[in-house]
Ligand binder design. Structure first.
Ligand SMILES: Nc1ncnc2c1ncn2[C@@H]1O[C@H](COP(=O)(O)OP(=O)(O)OP(=O)(O)O)[C@@H](O)[C@H]1O
Ligand SMILES: [Mg+2]
Length: 283
């Protein structure tokens, strides 16, 4: 009888563990205790973060809260002092932004990183050109393939560019931003990070970029957006992560919060520990 009850307990434990691993969605990205100090400046301390499959998340916080530092650390621009980055459950480290790109993270920086004098296909395939013949420095580029693939990438984002062979110099800020996002969307294997994608854009161009982001949501591509624009944040994302004075103080599901609460968390007027729905509070 005793053996039976032991084996029953063991079986129900195994079933419970199996159920928990089935019911808890694995994170695309998980960050544990990420820390970056510049001498005495504590830019980021013990940051905990996770992004679920298909989830769109916003990073908000006042100037100097640590948002860009966080993005630089998770895209290989800088190395953390300590902490872990897990991509699809696997611990990773990025030596450079190129390394992060190769492992599936595409980032659109505020300073776009586009080449003004090149046309759209050359920009989209910058650093990963398609070649007809690859003989090291003597490789021959396959312009036709790059043109066709670029057109397809732009089509999936709904961006219309009349003359693909024109250099980016003649394009508006919005069109350039769309090219950068189309490039990120076309190559992202795991997730896209957008750093203030509409900060320098007008009303119509902002709307265009927001439509592209909504399209990426429909395609199930996970995305992180840094934005100071709370209207935009509430319009676009599932979850909001609040940074304050070099720490991630909490995350809130968009449907469980409101702009006033987020402002209170950003400014410190609201203590995250006072929030009722503990499940939505990450730290
Ligand atoms: N390379 C650096 N050397 C020294 N201090 C730095 C460096 N980079 C960032 N900091 C400091 O780290 C803190 C966080 O900066 P960070 O740029 O991450 O803030 P942010 O949240 O992106 O702000 P903003 O909204 O103004 O862009 C700030 O106090 C900043 O001065
Ligand atoms: Mg910043």
């Amino acid at each position: 009888m005793r053996n039976f009850s032991k084996s029953f307990m063991l079986q129900s434990f195994i079933v419970k563990v199996a159920f928990m691993s089935l019911s808890a969605p694995a994170s695309v990205l998980e960050i544990k205790q990420l820390t970056k100090h510049y001498g005495g400046v504590k830019a980021l301390t013990d940051a905990q973060f996770r992004l679920l499959p298909g989830e769109h998340a916003a990073i908000v916080g006042d100037n100097g809260a640590g948002k860009s530092t966080f993005v630089r650390l998770i895209t290989g621009v800088e190395q953390p002092n300590s902490g872990d980055i897990l991509l699809d459950g696997q611990k990773v480290s990025f030596d450079s932004p190129l390394d992060a790109r190769e492992q599936g993270i595409e980032t659109v920086y505020q300073t776009l990183a586009l080449a003004e004098d090149l046309d759209v296909p050359a920009n989209i395939f910058l650093g990963r050109e398609i070649t007809r013949l690859n003989l090291g420095p003597l490789s021959i580029l396959n312009h036709k393939a790059m043109r066709e693939k670029s057109a397809a990438m732009l089509a999936t984002t709904g961006v219309k560019i009349q003359d693909m062979s024109e250099s980016l110099r003649g394009m508006s800020g919005g069109q350039r931003q769309c090219v950068a996002i189309a490039r990120a969307a076309g190559f992202a294997k795991k997730l896209i990070i957008l750093d203030e994608p509409t900060a320098a854009l007008g009303v119509q161009e902002t709307a265009r970029v927001e439509e592209i982001i909504k399209g990426l949501k429909k395609q199930g591509i996970p995305l992180i957006i840094i934005s100071h624009n709370l209207r935009q944040v509430f319009d676009l994302v599932d979850r909001i992560w609040v940074f304050r004075q070099g720490r991630i103080i909490c995350s809130r599901l968009r449907r469980e919060t409101n702009p006033e609460e987020i402002v209170g968390l950003i400014t410190g007027a609201i203590d995250p520990a006072s929030l009722k729905t503990q499940e939505a509070v990450a730290c």
